[in-house]
Design a protein around this ligand. Structure first.
Ligand SMILES: Cc1cc2nc3c(=O)[nH]c(=O)nc-3n(C[C@H](O)[C@H](O)[C@H](O)COP(=O)(O)OP(=O)(O)OC[C@H]3O[C@@H](n4cnc5c(N)ncnc54)[C@H](O)[C@@H]3O)c2cc1C
Length: 583
């Protein structure tokens, strides 16, 4: 392993080839760019997105970006930065048309316009009931986005490094200088020297036991920048989607309820009538997930089990098979159930990270309460926090986010690399990565005790699921934090079984576990400190939202001793003053 790394030099490096990374790449055409991805690009999680992209096109009924903005701010329980939400919702419209012009095969209205469907929390202005705002391609919207963007990248001759796992960020003289990556195919380390680096590495849902997130969503980018001294913002806000397939977590898109699907408890009651009389099954996700958890706690699950039913039967075969073909397939394949005739068992599933690497509206990473920019470092997509989702993201807004802010990041990077010189590389840039990998692969099992990554990961996922998911208390969070720290200690003893260099997935998973542990620690530390309930963060011991003390963003830093230091920064409020949130 001690063989020397291979060096590369590119003006810009993009880490991640999901929607955010590819959209940024598409806006760097003409510059010298390398796109690094641990997965083959079209396997990125963006390809799994089902329901659609929110944009106020008004193709079915009147709609305005201001209404979309209001819904986004209210949906995020007023923790949203409103300058960013304005950009998101205004630019959503042109971005959707841009994708249409690049060839994205949207579903159509009878007149040939882009078809739109209802989605949770999207309304006709304040409280006036649902609006059709989600632009979709059946229930394969993300797949179509990824294919469209990847084709564009190939057309423009982008340089791809597929199955390269980025493990470290390089900084020199206060500037970004590149990244270190492991080539999964042959175990070789590579140093990418760059003027600018964009992290577009997606979420970290794999920190929870039940999740809709793909295997690879392990918070790598977030953890890599955290270790380099950058804070993470609002990590205590993690969204649980109400309708994961029971026990599997596989997502049933909110589009199913957008088309008219209903939730029923064990007594066959449409329980959302009680909790959200206007929006019913299309209330935002944080609210519905809590309502389901409440129904289960009070014994109204189906047959005493921990699930409720999603009923699509009344929609009829045509709607189900034409508008929801993929989820119909999932349900038939994984459950042996036909949604045309039968009820689907669902429970909340860990779905989306509202928090992430703090950025400004140009995608530049900011490192403190004063929004000081770290030169050359960018982040976009689920790993970033602009913050347009605040305490709870609305359905369809992530795809908008990756496209709008992916594009803005790409454009600003193009400007930055044109104006700046290459920074120096730090001496021995791959040293830390070499040591970490050698310890995992060849170490002696320090202290005589060897740990297995799989066991540590499972314990972590279980702990977070039990103590830091839909309902939280100080007691549980204290225990969870202790547990995460104990697991971080045990992680030091992890040794991989497979010692080879070629496609060593054991090693990759062990490195990913290190990232998961670090994101878990800031998630729990932020949740413990925040003594209020807002959006997806619900504290049973502090059930009210507390604007007086907590209308602020968390910034979590890693301290030299390995702990977490929390600071806070104000929320940007432009148009909409915080109000009570009712649906
Ligand atoms: C099942 C499902 C359905 C969804 N449906 C919708 C929807 O209908 N509408 C909506 O708005 N949102 C939806 N979402 C959310 C949305 O799809 C994601 O938030 C969004 O696609 C994330 O895009 P991204 O580009 O940030 O990251 P991803 O698409 O996850 O891509 C991450 C990229 O980073 C790379 N990467 C990660 N770590 C490393 C590393 N260490 N080194 C190198 N490369 C790395 C990966 O290879 C990958 O290319 C859904 C999510 C899921 C899980």
């Amino acid at each position: 392993m001690a063989e020397s790394p291979i060096y590369h030099k590119h003006e810009a490096v993009i880490v991640g080839a999901g929607g955010a990374g590819l959209m940024a790449a598409g806006n760097l055409v003409g510059r010298d760019v390398a796109v690094l991805s641990k997965l083959y690009p079209i396997r990125s999680h963006t390809g799994a997105a089902q329901g659609g992209i929110g944009a106020a096109l008004g193709n079915h009924e009147e709609d305005h970006w201001e209404w979309h903005m209001f819904d986004t701010v209210k949906g995020g329980d007023y923790l949203v930065d409103q300058d960013a939400a304005e950009i998101l919702t205004r630019e959503a419209v042109e971005t959707v048309y841009e994708l249409e012009h690049w060839g994205l095969p949207f579903s159509r209205t009878p007149e040939g316009k882009i078809a739109q469907r209802r989605f949770g929390g999207h309304t006709r202005g304040e409280g006036k009931g649902p609006v059709r705002r989600s632009c979709y391609a059946a229930d394969r919207t993300g797949h179509m986005i990824l294919q469209t963007l990847y084709q564009q990248s190939i057309k423009h001759g982008m340089r791809f490094f597929d199955e390269y796992l980025v493990v470290d960020l390089l900084m020199e003289g206060g500037r970004t200088a590149g990244v270190v990556a492991l080539s999964i195919a042959d175990g070789q380390l590579h140093v990418f020297h760059a003027k600018a680096v964009l992290f577009a590495t997606g979420g970290y849902g794999r920190v929870y036991q039940t999740t809709s997130n793909a295997h690879a969503l392990t918070g790598d980018g977030m953890a890599v920048v955290l270790r380099a001294g950058v804070p993470l913002e609002d990590m205590e806000f993690f969204q649980f989607h109400p309708t994961g397939i029971y026990k599997m977590g596989i997502l049933i898109t909110e589009g199913a309820r957008g088309e008219g699907g209903k939730l029923l408890n064990g007594r066959g009651e449409r329980f959302m009538e009680k909790y959200a009389p206007t929006m019913l099954d299309l209330a935002p996700r944080d609210i519905i997930s809590r309502c389901i958890a409440q129904e289960l706690r009070e014994g109204r699950g189906v047959d005493g089990k921990r699930y409720v039913h999603l009923d699509l039967r009344h929609l009829g075969r045509d709607v189900i098979e034409s508008k929801l073909p993929d989820i119909t397939d999932f349900v038939r394949t994984y459950l042996g159930i036909d949604p045309i005739e039968e009820l689907i068992p669902v429970q909340p599933t860990a779905h989306y990270a509202m928090g992430g690497i703090p950025t400004d509206v140009l995608g530049r990473v900011v490192v403190d309460e004063k929004n000081t920019v770290l030169p050359g470092l960018y982040a976009a997509g689920e790993c970033a926090c602009v913050s347009v989702h605040g305490a709870n993201r609305l359905g369809t807004n992530s795809l908008v986010d990756i496209l709008v802010f992916g594009r803005r990041s790409g454009r600003d990077m193009a400007r930055y690399v044109a104006e700046s010189e290459f920074p120096a590389l730090p001496p021995q840039p791959a040293e830390q990565a070499e040591a970490r990998i050698a310890r995992l692969r060849e170490g002696s099992g320090g202290g005589g005790r060897e740990e297995s990554a799989a066991v540590v990961r499972e314990e972590l996922q279980q702990e977070l699921m039990e103590k830091a998911s839909v309902f939280r208390t100080a007691n549980n969070l204290v225990q969870a934090l202790d547990r995460v720290r104990e697991l971080q200690q045990r992680y030091q003893q992890v040794r991989v079984q497979d010692r080879s260099r070629v496609f060593n997935t054991d090693l990759v998973e062990a490195l990913e576990l290190g990232f998961l542990l670090d994101t878990a620690e800031v998630t729990v530390a932020g949740a413990l400190a925040r003594q209020e309930s807002r959006g997806a963060h619900f504290r049973e011991d502090f059930p009210q939202r507390d604007d007086q003390n907590w209308l602020k963003h968390t910034l979590a830093y890693r301290t030299a001793g390995g702990g977490v230091e929390l600071k806070y920064k104000p929320v940007t409020i432009t148009r909409f003053q915080p109000k009570e949130r009712k649906y």
